[in-house]
Design a protein around this ligand. Structure first.
Ligand code: FES
Length: 161
C-alpha cells in the first residue's frame, strides 16, 4: 500500500498558500486521510492563519467533506437527477432510518458510514448505490436492506470464527 502524505507534506506543496488554497488543501488532506480530523484542521489553520472554527465553517458548507473516518462499509447513495427520478430518495430514507445515520456520519461501531453523491456516472443503472467501490444497480429499499443485512452477517461470521 502506498504511504499516505502527511498534512505537513501537503502544506509544503502549497508554499505561501492563502485562503484561496483552502479548499484544494482540504481536498488533498481528505484524499490522503479519508476525512478531516480536528488535528488536520488545526495544522491547516496554523499555516493559512485561519481559525479552526472558520475552516470548519467553510468545510461544512461543502458536502464533499467528512469529519469522521469512514466505516468498514462505506455506503454511497446517488442523489443525481436520474437516480432521483428512479426513487433514490426512498432508498436514502431507508438507509438513514435503518443505520440511524445522516450523510457524512459513521456508526459508533465503525461498521457503516454514509455519503450522498451527485452522480456516479452510471445513470443507466439508476438508482445506484456504491458500497466500498462495488456498484449496486436498480436498488430498491428492500434490495438495499438485504445488502446491508449481508454486510452485518459477514461481520458476525468473522467474529464467530
Ligand atoms: S444520477 Fe445516479 S448515477 Fe447518474
Amino acid at each position: 500500500m502506498a504511504a499516505t502524505k502527511s498534512v505537513e507534506t501537503i502544506l509544503l506543496g502549497h508554499p505561501g498558500a492563502g485562503r484561496d488554497h483552502l479548499i484544494p488543501i482540504l481536498q488533498e488532506v481528505q484524499a490522503e486521510e479519508g476525512f478531516l480530523s480536528k488535528a488536520a484542521i488545526a495544522k491547516v489553520g496554523a499555516e493559512l492563519h485561519l481559525p479552526a472554527s472558520k475552516i470548519f465553517g467553510v468545510a461544512t458548507f461543502y458536502n464533499m467533506f467528512r469529519f469522521q473516518p469512514k466505516g468498514k462499509y462505506h455506503v454511497m447513495v446517488c442523489r443525481g437527477t436520474a437516480c432521483h427520478v428512479k426513487g433514490s430518495k426512498r432508498v436514502l430514507d431507508m438507509v438513514t432510518k435503518t443505520l440511524k445515520l445522516q450523510p457524512g456520519e459513521t456508526s459508533r461501531d465503525g461498521l457503516f458510514s454514509l455519503e450522498v453523491v451527485a452522480c456516479m456516472g452510471a445513470c443507466g443503472l439508476a438508482p445506484v448505490v456504491n458500497i466500498n467501490g462495488q456498484f449496486h444497480a436498480k436498488v430498491t429499499p428492500m434490495k438495499l436492506q438485504r445488502i446491508l443485512d449481508e454486510c452485518r452477517n459477514q461481520e458476525l461470521t468473522h467474529v464467530e470464527q
